[in-house]
Every structure is written in structure tokens, then in C-alpha cells.
Design a protein around this ligand. Structure first.
Ligand SMILES: CC(C)(COP(=O)(O)OP(=O)(O)OC[C@H]1O[C@@H](n2cnc3c(N)ncnc32)[C@H](O)[C@@H]1OP(=O)(O)O)[C@@H](O)C(=O)NCCC(=O)NCCS
Length: 224
């Protein structure tokens, strides 16, 4: 079925939250929503708590100016709206400079369900910020496009959807004459490398998984 990339709307946020939860189930989800806190679920369904929390965070970032895109699968039989199968959310420099003064941790805050391990969430932000400054210096990624999150519904992975989403952000960065930066999971690393990202600094550990800081230079991408 045909795939179409379009800007995300606020109505997409819950679906984005569900995709995010499913795609990160084997990695950050386990640390952020651990089984020992399931009994504290407010909805009675920890998966729903997590999807709603991820949706609220996506919405907050969107309202703070983070460019957000979805890929929709359009059925050939008439449902013109189709189904969202993947998303990417970026920090563009205008939003990033606001974060540089306040920090993502404060800027992203949304009400936390009891099933969320807040200490692990803080650890995630502290680790990513420290790694960013380690490889990019004190300005961090405030003058670049930064990939906050990309995920594809596991049932639709390896169809080129992640590639469409990341490429679109790189087009925007190139048009603005800016570089792009991200923290890669092992799942995304090969894809980013094939799009011209290069590893900067050493890999680092986040919740027991090796992650990579990766930089895409718009000038070098333009040269032969
Ligand atoms: C990382 C992620 C977003 C990639 O999404 P995706 O839609 O599967 O990405 P693509 O299909 O564009 O590319 C993924 C791989 O499939 C391959 N591929 C693309 N189309 C394909 C096809 N038709 N048949 C077979 N393989 C294909 C690509 O070459 C790529 O291979 P590589 O990893 O060896 O480079 C997805 O795996 C995901 O959501 N993972 C969990 C969340 C996560 O880790 N996000 C990244 C955070 S940095």
C-alpha cells in the first residue's frame, strides 16, 4: 500500500505514543516502565499509561515548536486518511536554543503516571545531555537539527519508512544550511550511517544498551 509522509497533527499524538511504546519495548520502555511498578498503573494497563505519557510528551514538544512528521499507509480501498505507521520528531534550532537555557528535562515535563520510574527518566536525560556536551562541546546541538525520536511500528519496519522520515529531516537541515545530530540505538545505527551520519566520540551505555552519538554534516553531504 502507498506510503505518504506528512506533518503530524495533534490528533496523531496518541498513535505516535503507541508506536513509540511498541518500538522501544525492548530498550528504554523496560527501564522507564519496569514490571515492579505495574501495580501503580493509574489506568490499570501499564501499556496504556506509557502510550499516553509518550503521546503527551510528543504533544508538548510539538507545541514547543519541534518539527514532527508521520508516515501514513494509505489503503487503496478508499480510507483516505490511512494509518500512521511511523514518526520522527526533531529539535530545530529555534526550539533547541530554548532548551539550551532550560534543558530538555524541564521543557519536556508532562504529568507522570505512577508506573513511570522517574529516576530512570532523569538518568536518560542526564546521560544524553552529558554525551552531547562531551562530543559537541558546551553549545551542544543548539545550532543543529537534533533527532529527538524516530520509531516505526514493528509490523512495518524494514520497508524504508525510517529512511523516509530521517531523510525528510535532513532535507530541512540542508535547506537551513545546518548539520544534524542524534543518539543512535543499535537498531538505527546502520540506517543513519547509510544516510551519511558519522559516529562522533566513543559509544556509551544507556540502560545496558550501547548507543552512538552521530553527526551529519550538510557541507560534506553536498560534496562529491
Ligand atoms: C530504527 C527504525 C526507526 C528504523 O525504521 P525502519 O522503517 O525499519 O527503517 P528502514 O526500513 O528505512 O531501514 C532499516 C533497515 O531495513 C533495510 N530495508 C529497507 N527497506 C527494506 C526492504 N524493502 N527489504 C529489506 N530491508 C529493507 C534498510 O536497508 C535498513 O538496513 P540497515 O539497518 O542494515 O541499514 C526502527 O527499527 C525502529 O523503530 N526501531 C525501534 C526504535 C528505535 O530504535 N529508534 C531509533 C532511535 S535512535
Amino acid at each position: 500500500m502507498p506510503l505518504k509522509l506528512r506533518p503530524a497533527t495533534e490528533a496523531d499524538c496518541f498513535r505516535i505514543g503507541c508506536i513509540s511504546r511498541e518500538a522501544f519495548l525492548g530498550s528504554t520502555s523496560n527501564a522507564l516502565f519496569p514490571p515492579h511498578l505495574y501495580s501503580k498503573s493509574e489506568t490499570g494497563d501499564p501499556a496504556l499509561d506509557e502510550s499516553k505519557w509518550r503521546a503527551a510528551r510528543t504533544l508538548r514538544r510539538m507545541r514547543n515548536g519541534s518539527p514532527t512528521f508521520v508516515v501514513v499507509e494509505i489503503p487503496e480501498d478508499g480510507n483516505a486518511e490511512g494509518t500512521v505507521v511511523g514518526y520522527a520528531q526533531w529539535d530545530a534550532p529555534a526550539a533547541a536554543s530554548a532548551h539550551a537555557s532550560k534543558g530538555h528535562w524541564e521543557d519536556d515535563r508532562v504529568p507522570s503516571p505512577g508506573s513511570l520510574n522517574e529516576a530512570k527518566l532523569l538518568e536518560l536525560y542526564v546521560t544524553l545531555e552529558a554525551e552531547t556536551k562531551r562530543v559537541l562541546g558546551p553549545e551542544g546541538h543548539s545550532n543543529m537539527y537534533y533527532l529527538l525520536s524516530v520509531a516505526v511500528d514493528p509490523a512495518h519496519q524494514r520497508r524504508g519508512i525510517g529512511r523516509m522520515l530521517v531523510l525528510h529531516g535532513l532535507d530541512l537541515a540542508a535547506k537551513a544550511g545546518l548539520d544534524a545530530f542524534l543518539h543512535a540505538t543499535p537498531e538505527g545505527e546502520g540506517l543513519y550511517r547509510s544516510l551519511g551520519f558519522q559516529q562522533v566520540g566513543e559509544p556509551f551505555d544507556l540502560f545496558g544498551t550501547k548507543h552512538f552519538s552521530m553527526l551529519w554534516k550538510h557541507q560534506s553531504a553536498a560534496s562529491p
